[in-house]
Ligand binder design. Structure first.
Ligand code: PRX
Length: 643
């Protein structure tokens, strides 16, 4: 097996890029031809960015699991599809061949159907990183249900918000999850979430940690019992539901600059094509190789590059249950050595954190199988890039710096490993089909180099043409999708990121230009954190900004006006952290809290975050124009509090 659409030279990249821009419909239709369809589409592309309305391959009929599983059964049913490495290195790993995975997905699709799940229903999946997680996801897709995976670190309140938003009546979870030395009581968190969600009809609970759980009669069932029922009935193959190319495949919630997280919706064919195409080209995957993406499947990176990208390409994907630093900081390197991993894809945060342990954890680890390295989720600083290159890739593995977002399905800007040039801390060139533009505040395309940025173009990063994996809507609220992505600059998709562009057309992503933080590669909205902090009875008002953090990339800095009658500030501080953990999850806990008497506001009442950001960064002298502030004295007080 090979991939006819795999780009193998720089000249070919240039030619393919041109072709994709000159005739996008013909370009993507050519790629779609390599997949398994029940019925040909009516029209390749129908779009406008005003509503927005984006349809790729509408009328085409398929099921994504037939593309990920069935079509590989005959040619390489015995080849590993998933390799699972548990949290505890003493526990045995598991290997699921394409045949095994197919059987298990069919079995669980029967379980879902027996429990009342129908095509179009939303199923919330809240599980740890065990093979049953991809099995549950693929079973939903086989049956035509829409999966909504919620990362295992989110709180009961966050789950409840998502259940309500998606009106999800079904949940698949585990008793608990292992993460390093911790056991996370997933089922108990679900129980808390469901106090306010009486509409949930069924919770299917898979056993992992054997933590005691309470089962609610008529609502909760055990995964293992349900499988036994299917076995007793002799149910095996589950015919895949015929789906339209534009039927939703999943919802994945992500943070924006305002209010609650948005349910990003991706549709079947476009998502499949784009994750497959980018997987094959960015990582230059070769059949038989082992691809190790260290992300959690609760995030888009796991959806696209642990599951759908590799499986739709008939590849072998390694999934890992634990954390990089337990039992020690050599965990990744042990896994690479044990399974002879060829491609390693991880986040700059993980690299920076492991770098901090020096070279000792690398001793006696054979990393010779590695061929390609990748990073994702946040800008990578040059120091971390060079460490990765020197100590992990031994200067012989191309590093791909892949820029993309939950909303884009897959990689939009990145070098293609070993094919197009790399440049440390630059994502470099757009993939075929991707048409970026840099715009100024007014939405005018930037053509003049900026002196401030050393003669580079600098602006807000937008895309001017759709690709198959672009977001279709935000679940239940299309207007929100329009406002968040398509209204700032009419006619363009706005990414929320700022970028630089050099003379070669290479892009460097400089970070978010909106009120979204990127903490350890995870997106968190400042408004969301503020809302959670403000729930605390001792808080009058708060303002949250990001600041540079050596390991996490960005840390969370909260300025809080505290009710002095509420008691001991130290106690309040701890309590606020607990509140944020309860409302959102531990990932949103502020790293620093500063109690202040007031916040810098304009006369119209808007908080001037620019000033707070500078103070959080340690800049106290050059704060820019503060004359429009209602009370400039507040700034002095905050500065003094900081010193
Ligand atoms: O700011 C960009 C940053 O992560 C944001 C997207 O976050 P999320 O939707 O959670 O998806 C993360 C995994 C794709 C982007 O808007 N980002 C992602 N990759 C990079 C990056 N920033 C710089 N360089 C990257 N390679």
């Amino acid at each position: 097996m090979s991939y006819p659409y795999q780009i193998t030279s720089l000249a070919q990249y240039e030619a393919e890029y041109k072709r994709s821009v000159n005739d996008p419909a013909a370009f993507w239709a050519g790629i779609a031809g390599h997949f398994s369809w029940r019925n040909q589409w009516n029209e390749v592309l129908n779009w406008n960015f005003t509503e927005p309305k984006i349809e790729w391959f509408k009328g085409g009929k398929l099921n994504i699991t037939e593309n990920c599983l069935d079509r590989y059964l005959e040619s390489h049913g015995d080849q590993p599809a998933l390799i699972w490495e548990p949290n505890d290195p003493e526990e045995h790993h598991r290997v699921l061949t394409y045949r095994n995975l197919y059987d298990k997905v069919c079995q669980f699709a029967h379980v879902l159907r027996n429990n009342g799940v129908k095509k179009g229903d939303r199923v919330c999946i809240y599980m740890g990183m065990i093979p049953e997680l991809p099995i549950a996801i693929l079973a939903c897709a086989r049956l035509g249900a829409i999966h909504s995976v919620v990362f295992g670190g989110f709180s009961a309140q966050s789950i409840a918000d998502r259940l309500v938003d998606a009106n999800a009546e079904f949940i698949v979870t585990c008793d608990g999850a292992y993460r390093g030395q911790k056991d996370i009581p997933l089922k108990s968190v679900i129980d808390d979430a469901l106090i306010a969600c009486r509409f949930v009809k069924r919770v299917i609970v898979c056993t992992r940690t054997r933590t005691a759980v309470s089962m609610i009669k008529g609502r909760d069932v055990w995964w293992e019992d349900e499988i036994k029922k299917v076995e007793t009935l002799g149910l095996k193959d589950f015919p895949a539901e015929e789906m339209d190319a534009e039927d939703p495949l999943f919802i994945l919630y992500t943070s924006g600059s305002t209010g609650k997280p948005k349910g990003v919706v991706h549709t079947i064919a476009g998502y499949m094509l784009f994750t497959n195409y980018t997987f094959v080209n960015v990582f230059q995957y070769k059949p038989g190789e082992i691809h190790f993406c260290t992300a959690d499947i609760g995030w888009i990176t796991g959806h696209s590059y642990i599951l759908y990208g590799p499986l739709s390409a008939g590849g072998t994907s390694l999934m890992f249950e634990g954390i990089p630093t337990w039992p020690d900081a050599g965990r990744f390197w042990d896994i690479v050595d044990k399974f002879k991993v060829n491609i390693l894809y991880t986040a700059p945060t993980a690299i920076r954190s492991l770098m901090g342990f020096g070279e000792a954890p690398l001793k006696d680890k054979d990393l010779g199988s590695l061929r390609i390295l990748g990073t994702v989720g946040e800008p990578i600083n040059e120091e971390a890039w060079h460490w990765y290159d020197e100590h992990i890739g031994k200067r012989r593995c191309p590093i791909v710096d892949t820029w993309w977002q939950t909303e884009t399905s897959g990689v939009l800007i990145s070098n293609l490993a070993g094919i197009t040039p790399a440049k440390p801390s630059w994502a470099t060139l757009p993939l075929p089909g991707i048409q970026p533009v840099l715009v100024d505040e007014k939405g005018e395309e930037i053509t003049e180099a900026s002196a401030e940025h050393g003669g580079l173009l600098s602006g807000n990063l937008c895309l001017k043409f759709p690709w198959p994996g672009i977001i279709r809507t935000t679940y239940g609220d299309h207007e929100r999708c329009r406002n968040a992505y398509f209204a700032t600059y009419p006619g363009l998709y706005f990414t929320g990121d700022g970028a630089l562009k050099d003379q070669n057309g290479f892009y460097r992503i400089t970070g978010r230009v909106d009120d979204v933080l990127n903490v350890s590669g995870h997106r968190i909205g400042t408004a969301e954190v503020e809302n959670a902090i403000n729930m605390h009875a001792g808080v009058i008002e708060s303002a949250v900004v990001g600041y540079p953090h050596d390991i996490k990339g960005q840390g969370i800095y909260a300025y809080i006006i505290h009710d002095v009658h509420h008691g001991d500030p130290e106690h309040t501080r701890k309590d606020i952290l607990a509140t944020v953990t309860r409302i959102i999850g531990a990932i949103a806990k502020p790293d620093k809290i500063q109690f202040v008497k007031g916040l810098p506001k304009t006369r119209s009442g808007k908080i001037m975050r620019r000033i707070l950001r500078k103070i959080a960064e340690g800049e106290t002298s050059n704060l820019g124009d503060t004359s429009t502030l209602l009370d400039p004295g507040v700034v002095e007080e905050i500065k003094e509090g900081k010193l």
